[in-house]
Design a protein around this ligand. Structure first.
Ligand code: GAR
Length: 189
């Protein structure tokens, strides 16, 4: 199976979906974070290697980026998946893993990029938002879209309720997209 390294910053429910997916085409070999995220607990309970690289522990962003690239590379991934990783990846990570870097985002990109996609969609008054899985490039949520699922905004939605409903479809979308990527020949070198 293809080796997947997951990066996260939060509760890690998307990472858990990948861990629980049980698809023969890929296996999560390590989980990294930019902080002591709650989402590291599940992977640790399963005995998976985890690593934490805090931006603040490095002299500058370039040093953090290089250290992150090395930490990820140590697990020899075929694919790197950002599942709620809330930092923009830098040139070292992009150079090493470009084309094999996937991100999941809680909006229908190119609408509502950035760290507050659900709040921004609510504020804009759209009636449909959703989830996007895309390849990562140097921009903020700008890489080529791989798959999307729409989610209706319902009367009375607040940010938490809408985000929960988006994450329900987002988990399936992410698992299915990684399965497709790793089932193709190029995904399993
Ligand atoms: C997901 O909705 C993901 O798309 C979003 O964070 C959530 C993580 O959920 N990512 C971003 O907003 C990135 N800009 P989780 O911690 O439960 O997996």
């Amino acid at each position: 199976p293809a080796r997947v390294v997951v990066l996260l910053s939060g509760t890690g429910s998307l990472c858990a979906a990948l861990l629980d997916a049980g698809r023969p085409s890929f296996t999560v070999v390590a989980v990294g974070a930019d902080r002591e995220a709650p989402g590291l607990a599940g992977p640790r309970e399963r005995g998976l290697p985890t690593f934490v690289l805090r931006l603040g522990d490095h002299p500058d962003r370039a040093a953090w980026d290089a250290a992150l690239a090395d930490a990820v590379a140590a697990h020899e991934p075929d694919w790197v998946v950002c599942a709620g990783f809330m930092k923009l990846l830098g040139p070292a990570v992009l150079a090493r893993f470009g084309g094999r870097l996937v991100n999941t985002h809680p909006a229908l990109l190119p609408a509502f990029p950035g760290a507050h996609a659900v709040r921004d969609a609510l504020a804009a008054g759209v009636t449909t938002t959703g989830a996007t899985v895309h390849l990562v490039d140097a921009g903020l949520d700008t890489g080529p879209v791989l798959a999307q699922t729409p989610v209706p905004v319902l009367p009375g939605d607040d940010e938490a309720r809408l985000h929960d409903r988006i994450k329900t479809v987002e988990r399936a979308l992410l698992v299915d997209t990684i399965t497709t990527l790793t089932s193709s020949r190029s995904g399993t070198p």
